[in-house]
Design a protein around this ligand. Structure first.
Ligand code: MOS
Length: 737
């Protein structure tokens, strides 16, 4: 049995099913649940980066009318910041200060304003120690990480003999590239509402992972995970910082238990810089060796990034270098330096975004040294198999991406000579770079119910972090069930629903999509079996292969008179619904294939030669990302990635006071992200890609690849425009003068 072609709704640019709720305020975010007897938590943060709290005077705060509790290390209940997986947390268990902005207390009051006021009255004395703040001054302390880089790879990898190959290479590029600390800055800050009902804890949290947040609260507090229900129906952006439950989440639960009332804890924008992760600073060395005709003989990419003194996070900058180019000698390595700052975390293609700036800038530098077109140089080193493990690609359309992207952009009209293209006084630069991101997938489950009225309810834990999960899962379910999208209700965001992974690593479409697809197929199949075995059905005794499911009915192929509706089948059997569950997990495909998305980014910049001002004026990105679930939401995600890439290239930079370790630009006025005026028309092209190996839906995920390669394409365009190679992000105008 198949679903009819008219139901081929996968891929269609269906409008967001939650769009109306979002624009009318009906979509409830974590801080928007009207709970009776609500109280408001405000945290107190350390103002030093390292040392001990010697005195914490809460008397004045406690006397503010409406204050219900002031919790500090002096009176906090026992908790563990180590348990429950994820990041190591600070939960008011001692007087040690590990970074500026660490939560060192929480005030709870009956109004937000009273809590804010009371928090401001808490007096803290410290015994301050000199903190280690800047990585560049502490490179002698770099060490080999004990952990794995994200997605479970060792920190160092190599094959061949890079040192030897570099020595004998005809042409070499050996340069250092640096990227600064950057912060995620989702529109919605972190927010947690904790409500105790008897021994049950209900938590509304702004999170990318409801199940991992549930585990973290359980581990921290000793509450059984089964007694914690975590809900996250709408999330106003994540970009990685909501991929881990940070200290304020268990602290909100702790405070709610203390005051025996619900507590709402929303981090202010300023509080988003420090205790909830950031992209770490990186220093990257890239060494390329090549023959005169542009064959890579050696590729080394070494990265050093910062971590905290109490936890390890590795920005895996070398991951792309390990697999992007055919080269007999490749070496990638990652080192860490511990600083007295918060722990960094996943941010917008961690590793691929930051690493591709260095790698794809270096490839451009090599192209200039060899006098070979940068696309041609990449084609001469096109990896037909994954060089890191010699596995075939499950699919790879990078050649097509270069081709259609270049055509659309008009690349052949480029004069490669720097400063050769002008528009009046302005310098015009055209640059390109490769985009790449792995195809990830984790176990995920879903339940589908076909109801007596012919509609369907589909549930799967998961999250919609603004990416369109509600919409694309509705489409996947509609197609599997042979129902129009209007007849599907897809629900997510509740740990009472079937388990799913964190929405990180661009894996939700592949993981949850597969579960929804399989559960839908199973429910439809159950319904069919019911009809085929029932003498009262017009389909009685037919072959399953001859039946089509479409628009809520089962039809006999070519005999449309013989049909019946789903509602009719259920009514005759006096059934309220038919239910099916799928527990989907990846198979052996990752052992057999190397699975990645690829793309090509093309940038035009316009540089004012007098002021150094850089504007991005045109963009084309071409991508091979497997099957597209929704042409509109996929386009939006890739545009969003490219926009944040423009931010990374030209603006974003978290600045830290070297003496106090305090972020000095902790708001959207001083931390610049691209606004509409900074963003040119962005054209996203999809290369048709049918990948039968990665997962049953053939989707690769579009969450992160959009930002990869963007900073390099801009740096390369700036070089083309000006003749100046900027190897330090962001590329601000002062660096051009
Ligand atoms: Mo993404 S940075 O894996 O949340």
């Amino acid at each position: 049995m198949n679903t009819g072609d008219k139901n081929g709704v996968i891929g269609k640019p269906v409008n967001r099913v939650d769009g109306h709720l979002k624009v009318t305020g009906g979509a409830r975010y974590a801080a928007e649940f009207p709970v009776a007897k609500m109280t408001y938590g405000v945290t107190i943060q350390s103002t030093i980066a390292k040392g001990k709290i010697t005195q914490i005077d809460t008397k004045a705060a406690e006397q503010v009318p409406g204050v219900l509790a002031v919790i500090t290390h002096l009176n906090a209940p026992k908790a563990s910041g180590e348990k429950g997986g994820g990041r190591k947390l600070q939960l008011l268990q001692d007087n040690i200060v590990l970074y500026s902005g660490q939560h060192i207390g929480i005030v709870v009051a009956d109004t937000f304003e009273r809590a804010m006021h009371a928090a401001s009255l808490v007096k803290v004395r410290y015994q301050e120690e000199k903190p280690t703040i800047h990585m560049k001054d502490n490179l002698d302390k770099a060490y080999v990480p004990g952990g794995k880089i994200p997605r479970n790879e060792p920190p160092d990898k190599s094959h061949g003999d890079v040192a030897q190959a570099l020595t004998t290479a005809a042409v070499r590029v050996e340069e250092t590239y640096t990227t600064p600390v950057e912060n995620h800055n989702p529109m919605e800050p972190h927010a947690t509402t904790a409500v105790w009902q008897g021994n049950q804890l209900l938590v509304y949290d702004a999170t990318q992972g409801i199940f991992s947040a549930q585990q973290k609260i359980a581990g921290a507090s000793g509450i059984e995970p089964g007694n914690i229900r975590l809900m996250s129906y709408y999330v106003g952006g994540g970009f990685g910082c909501k991929g881990s439950a940070w200290s304020h989440v268990p602290l909100a639960a702790m405070a709610a238990r203390q005051v025996t009332r619900p507590v709402k804890l929303v981090l202010g924008r300023i509080q988003m810089y420090g205790p909830v992760g950031f992209r770490p600073e990186t220093i990257q060395q890239v060494s390329l060796g090549a023959t005169r005709d542009g064959k890579l003989t050696a590729l080394r990419h070494s990265g050093t990034s910062q971590t905290s003194t109490f936890d390890e996070f590795i920005e895996p900058v070398g991951k792309s270098a390990g697999m992007l180019y055919a080269c007999p000698n490749i070496e990638t390595s990652h080192r860490l330096v511990q600083l007295d700052q918060g722990t960094p975390t996943y941010m917008r293609a961690p590793g691929e975004a930051s690493g591709s700036f260095a790698l794809e800038s270096a490839i451009d530098e090599l192209a200039y040294k060899l006098n070979i077109d940068p696309i041609e140089l990449r084609l001469r080193n096109y990896a037909e198999v994954d060089p890191s493990n010699k596995l075939p690609w499950s699919s790879k359309s990078l050649r097509e991406c270069y081709k259609v992207g270049a055509q659309r952009f008009g690349w052949q009209k480029r004069n490669p000579k720097p400063r050769s293209m002008r528009d009046g006084n302005y310098l015009i630069g055209w640059g390109m770079a490769t985009a790449t991101y792995p195809t990830n997938r984790s176990p995920a489950s879903a339940i589908t119910q076909i109801m007596a009225d012919g509609t369907a309810l589909v549930r799967s834990g998961s999250q919609d972090i603004g990416t369109g999960t509600y919409t694309v899962m509705t489409q996947v379910a509609a197609q599997a069930l042979g129902l129009p999208v209007e007849k599907i209700r897809f629900e997510l965001g509740d740990t009472n629903m079937p388990e799913t992974p964190v929405s990180g690593g661009s894996q939700t479409a592949a993981s949850v999509g597969t579960a929804v697809h399989l559960a839908g197929n199973e429910a439809r199949s159950k319904l069919l079996q019911l009809a085929l075995a029932d003498q009262a059905s017009p389909l009685y005794g037919a072959n399953a292969e001859d039946v089509i499911a479409e628009n809520g009915s089962l039809f006999l192929k070519n005999k449309s008179s013989k049909s019946e509706t789903y509602a009719g089948i259920l009514a005759r059997h006096k059934m309220k619904m038919i239910e099916a569950r799928a527990d989907a997990k990846p198979g052996e495909e990752k052992q057999k294939y190397s699975m990645h998305s690829f793309g090509a980014q093309f940038a035009e910049v316009r540089v004012n030669p007098d002021s150094g001002e850089i504007r991005v004026t045109r963009w084309v990105g071409a991508f091979g990302v497997g099957r597209i679930l929704n042409a509109k939401t996929a386009d939006s995600q890739l545009i969003g990635g490219i926009v944040y890439g423009i931010g990374m290239a030209l603006m974003e930079h978290t600045l830290t006071d070297p003496n106090r370790g305090r972020v000095v630009n902790p708001d959207l006025a001083e931390y610049h992200v691209p606004v509409n005026a900074d963003v040119p028309p962005i054209e996203v092209l999809f290369v048709d890609e049918n990948d039968p190996h990665i997962n049953p839906l053939g989707v690769k995920g579009v969450g992160e690849i959009g930002i990869t390669g963007v900073a390099a394409a801009i740096a390369n365009a700036v070089y083309h425009a000006t003749g100046k190679r900027i190897r330090d992000l962001p590329i601000t105008l002062d660096k051009l003068l």
